[in-house]
Structures are given as C-alpha cells and as structure tokens.
Design a protein around this ligand. Structure first.
Ligand code: NAD
Length: 489
C-alpha cells in the first residue's frame, strides 16, 4: 500500500488505493490517472482510477456505518471534527505545498486562503452542531431533523481542499456517512485530507474516498441506489448530468455550479480604492472561482478613469512560479482550462471588445506552464459571449451603464446567479441595489468573508446552499411526529 504523503509530507507519489471502511485498499483496476503540475507541465503523481465495483464497496461501507454514526452523541461528532480541524492546522504547510503543486495555487495564497478557509468550514460546522436543536416543538407536533443517510460528494479542482471540507464537515456534523470523489485533476490534497480523517479516528465506513473520473465514478454515484444524496460542485454540464442520473432513484441533489458575477460600482463609489480591489477579486485564484466578480459594471462617464486604474492594477501583478513566495498569480490549473481561457480571450477580441491589457498567449518570460496574461476588456456589452459565458481565468469584463436601473439590468442579464458585489458611499442606495440583484450572495463594500453566510446559486448557478447552518441543513431530513407532546388541558 502506498501512503498518501512522501517524506516531505507532500503528496507526490503513485496512489494505488481508495480509502474504504477505515483503510487504504487497492482498487480493482490497474489504470492510473496522471496528476500534472501546471507550472512545469510534468506528471508529479498518479492516482488509481476507481471502478464501479470500488464505489460499491465504499457505498456498502458507508451504509453499514450509517445507523451507529447517525445515532452517535453530538459530543462524539464534535470531538471528531475538533480532531480533524486540529490535524488540518498541524499539516497546513504540506497541504499548501501540495495545492501549489497539484493545481498551481500561489504558495502565499494557498497558505493564506486555500488551507485556512478549508479549516474554517470545519470550525463553522462545529459551531453549528454545538447549538443545533434536532428536535423542536410546534404545538403538540415534534419537528425532528435527522441525517439524510449516505452522501456522495463530488468536488472540483479549483479550490480542491476548500470544496471538500465545505461538504464533508457539515455532512459528518449532521451524522451522515460519506463517499467522496475528488477531482481527478487535483486529487492529492484530498488524499491528505482522507489521511487526516483517518488519523482523527473516524469510525470505519463513516468517510470513504474513491478516486476516478466523473464519467466513471461520478456518474455511478449519481445513479447509485444506495446513495441518498449527492452534492456536486463543478460545471453546469456535470451538474445537469448528475441531476439526470440521480432522478430515477429520487435522491436529493445539491449543486454549486457556474457563475458570472457582477460588481456594480455606483456613481459615488471611491473609484481609486474599489477598482483595484475589484480587479484583484476577479483575478483571485487566477480567476478560477465560481463566484469571481468578472463583470465590473461602471458609469459610462467614468470608463476612462476605471480603465486606467484597472490597467495599472493588472500590470503590477506578479505572475510566476507558484512555489515562489512573491508570486501573486500562478498558472491556470490544467491544460484544458488554459486552452479554454485562451479561446475566450480570442473570442473577446473577435467579438469587438476593446482590450485594455493582457491578451492571448503566455506572459513575457514564460514559454512553459499554463500561464495566462491578466486580461481586461472594456466596452463589453451583454450581447458578447465574454459577457455571458464563464471564462474561469484572469479575464475581467468592464461594462458601462448610463443610470443605476441599467446597472441593475446588466447585473441580472445572465443565466447565472451566484455572487454579486456593490460598491457605493451612500449605504442606503447600495443596499437597495443589492436587494435587486438576483444572486445567492451579494457583498456590499468589500466585507470580510463569512464562513456562516449561506453560499449558492439562483438560476443556473445551482440548487441548495453551502456553509453554516444552511449548508448543514442540506444533509438533514425532516420528520414531523404529530401528537408527540401532550395536548394542553
Ligand atoms: P467538472 O464539472 O468537469 O468537474 C467537477 C467534478 O464533477 C469532478 O470531480 C468531475 O470528475 C465530476 N464530474 C464530471 N462529469 C461528471 C458526470 N457526468 N457525473 C458526475 N460527476 C462528474 O468541473 P471542473 O472543471 O472540475 O470545475 C470547473 C467548473 O466548476 C466551473 O464551471 C466552475 O464555475 C464550477 N465551480 C463551481 C463552484 C461553486 O461553488 N458554485 C465551485 C467551483 C467550481
């Protein structure tokens, strides 16, 4: 059996096992999936491609473990989550190094965001569970919330560890047992997380991990008769396929999918402050965030000023080796996404948008690695494909408006509805605009991140919510017991 980490604590080896029923067990196929370091374009590890029979073993283990875990005292689940949280913090540096290698996160960003925010989901689940009332009374009727059962969790490559804890932590807190299928493109931090859950002493079968492709394992999970719920974060394509495959078994499906989030700069905003912040928010994680504010919606009479500030901001960004402490943006995480971002930049030019900075090809000085030039388009209209399609790279669209009603209309002119941002000095007006934006989250004037704020999509951005109590309740069923309490005399 090969272990999940090498001597440096960094996962860079072949991993020929799945984690099933409390142990690393060989999978039934010899096929290995390569993991490519996007900065060097070299294979740094391979993981075993699980088969449907491996998934069956994992689901059976989760099913067997479910009754006891569902009935476990809250104190035991809190203690388990505390141990997982503690081990994540202890192993923060090797986790950050692994994320930098498997998907190109700048090491400073991996240390400051990927790992601590992943740990924050565990902390939030602990806080929710500690206070949660699983039984409440409404007159003589008891409303009981119970864990839904065996959960299949499917996660993407852009925030690999963070997306895992956003699902695993509330699922375990609720008393569910889980089978995780991480992204086949960035599975190494997931293996390290599985080892953490093991070392934290999770009872066998409570947490299981099977690597594999979406087509093989993801689809088999969605259709599996013994999985009660699927939570997927990924593309709209995969989210819709999961919902279709899940329909015959009538399982619950929650989806966190794509986005094209607006950032509305109201006329009284402090432009020298909010434009740089908006550019950096759009480019965070190399623009590979589903809720990235990639459409900056600005007063037409401010366009030239916004373009100048945005250009200066983008041109000052250090793009480079993710393992270098000075790097702000590493490469795009994989070749398919790199090709897509390049194609979208070409499409923006062909579609008539004006190029403020960046453009096709790699940045100067890079002839290898999936590096992209931070790119800004202006004069973008809703009719252009770059205004409508998710690009998932460091590409910002500046869209002009003539009055605030038009700004709101542009913000809502998308099939997506995940994130939204509003900047303005008059807080009353900013609030009023936020209330008119049809998205699951709106950020007013650059607030701090909130691990308890529900996160999820309106429209085609998904169904259901993650984080905090809303995320936790997705993993619960609701039972009403009428006549539970004595009727009043
Ligand atoms: P993807 O959809 O290709 O893959 C996501 C996961 O789904 C992977 O584990 C993959 O193996 C699996 N999968 C693929 N096809 C499947 C199928 N037919 N059945 C079951 N599972 C399948 O997406 P990606 O390329 O990994 O991630 C990028 C996309 O995800 C972007 O569009 C982005 O907006 C979206 N995303 C959304 C959120 C969110 O929270 N809303 C977060 C991250 C990424």
């Amino acid at each position: 059996m090969k272990t999940a980490t090498d001597a440096d604590g960094v996962a860079t080896k072949a991993h020929d096992c799945a984690y099933i029923a409390g142990a690393w067990r060989p999978v039934s196929s010899a096929e290995m999936l390569p993991v490519v370091d996007p900065a060097r374009e070299t294979v740094i590890a391979e993981v075993a491609a699980g088969r449907a029979s491996d998934l069956d073993r994992a689901v059976a283990a989760a099913r067997e473990a479910f009754p006891a875990f569902a009935a476990s005292p809250v104190s035991e689940r809190l203690a388990l989550l505390e141990r997982i949280h503690g081990l994540m913090l202890e192993r923060a540096e090797p986790l950050a190094q692994t994320l930098a290698r498997e998907m190109g996160a700048a090491i400073s960003h991996a240390r400051a965001a990927h790992v601590p925010l992943a740990a924050a989901h565990i902390r939030a689940a602990i806080e929710v569970l500690a206070d949660y009332q699983f039984l409440t009374l409404r007159g003589t009727t008891a409303i009981v919330r119970e864990p839904i059962g065996v959960c299949g969790l499917i996660t993407p490559w852009n925030w690999p560890l963070y997306q895992i804890t956003a699902k695993v932590a509330p699922a375990l807190a609720a008393g569910c047992t889980v089978v995780l299928k991480p992204s086949e493109l960035a599975p190494l931090s997931a293996l390290m997380f599985a080892q953490i859950v093991h070392d934290a002493g999770a009872p066998p079968g409570v947490f299981n991990l099977v690597n594999g492709t979406g087509v093989e394992i993801g689809a088999a999970m969605a259709g599996h008769p013994d999985i009660d719920m699927i939570s997927i974060t990924g593309s709209n394509r995969a989210g819709a396929l999961v919902a279709q495959a899940a329909a015959p078994t009538v399982k619950r499906v929650t989806q966190e999918l794509g986005g094209k989030s607006p950032n509305v700069l109201l006329p009284d905003a402090d432009f020298p402050r909010v434009v740089p912040l908006g550019v950096m928010a759009a480019f965070r994680n190399v623009g590979q965030s589903c809720s990235a504010p990639t459409r900056m919606i600005v007063p037409r009479w401010k366009l030239a000023e916004v373009e100048a500030i945005a250009r200066a901001t983008a041109q000052a960004i250090t793009v480079g080796d993710p393992l270098d402490d000075r790097t702000v943006l590493g490469p795009i995480a994989n070749r398919a996404q790199f090709d897509r971002v390049q194609a979208m930049i070409e499409m923006g030019i062909a579609g008539g948008a004006s190029l403020v900075c960046g453009g096709p090809g790699r940045p100067h000085g890079h002839d290898r690695g999936f590096y992209v030039r931070p790119t800004i388009f202006s004069g973008v209209t809703g009719a252009m494909r770059i205004a409508q399609e998710e690009i998932f790279g460091p590409v910002l669209c500046i869209m002009p408006y003539d009055d605030v009603d038009e700004a709101v209309a542009i913000a809502n002119d998308t099939v997506f509805g995940l994130g939204g941002h509003v900047q303005g000095a008059d807080v009353e007006q900013a609030r009023a605009v936020a209330l008119r934006i049809r998205t699951g989250q709106v950020h007013l004037n650059q607030p701090a991140w909130d691990a308890h704020a529900p996160f999820g999509g309106y429209k085609r951005s998904g169904n259901g919510r993650e984080y905090g109590v809303f995320g936790f309740e997705e993993y619960l069923e609701t039972k009403a017991i009428l006549g539970f309490a004595p009727a009043p005399l």
